[in-house]
Ligand binder design. Structure first.
Ligand SMILES: [Zn+2]
Ligand SMILES: [Zn+2]
Length: 170
């Protein structure tokens, strides 16, 4: 999908969003400069900005020193591109960052400050994925421990199971 030049309204506060051109990535981002400071990504844009090495200076400059309106992050938001209700989704284990995602067109909305929090937490997407994965292992691992008590599941079975999990995730 290509960059849309259409002006969109902020899904959180309803104000018109401002397009900021990010030269390093050659795309326009929609930012709610006159309202809540939220950032809207259409379906593939986020991949270009979720790692620390990726340059968002222009974005930082645009929002620097501004006071943004507070919004109620618990309200259901409506995707300004396709009109579908957006879904709350966690992008972080440690920081508890909940963003709004449109499952219909793939758009994502970050409230003010959330993108930075996400970028600071893990330097690369690889690190983030690793963290999510080890969390899953721990959860599955503790379930297996319980099973072991009940069924006396032996170590061989357990490692076989973890290998199977490996295959599922990689
Ligand atoms: Zn807004
Ligand atoms: Zn949408």
């Amino acid at each position: 999908m290509t960059d849309t030049t259409k002006i969109i309204n902020c899904p959180a506060c309803g104000k018109e969003m401002t397009k900021i051109f990010i030269s390093g990535e050659g795309v326009n981002l929609d930012i709610c400069l006159d309202g809540c400071g939220g950032i809207f990504f259409d379906n593939r844009e986020l991949k270009k900005f979720d790692e620390q090495s990726e340059n968002i200076e222009e974005l930082k400059q645009a929002i620097q020193g501004k006071n943004f309106e507070k919004t109620d992050e618990n309200l259901t938001r409506i995707c300004p591109v396709c009109g579908t209700n957006m879904v709350k989704n966690s992008v972080s284990i440690k920081g508890n960052i909940i963003i709004d995602e449109c499952y219909n067109c793939g758009a994502k909305f970050f409230d003010h400050g959330e993108l930075n929090k996400m970028r600071e937490e893990y330097p690369t997407e690889q690190d983030r994925r690793q963290a999510l994965l080890s969390e899953t292992y721990e959860e599955v691992g503790s379930k297996i421990d319980q099973l072991e008590l009940q069924n006396n599941m032996n170590r061989a079975k357990r490692s076989k199971f973890l290998k199977m999990m490996d295959k599922l995730f990689y």
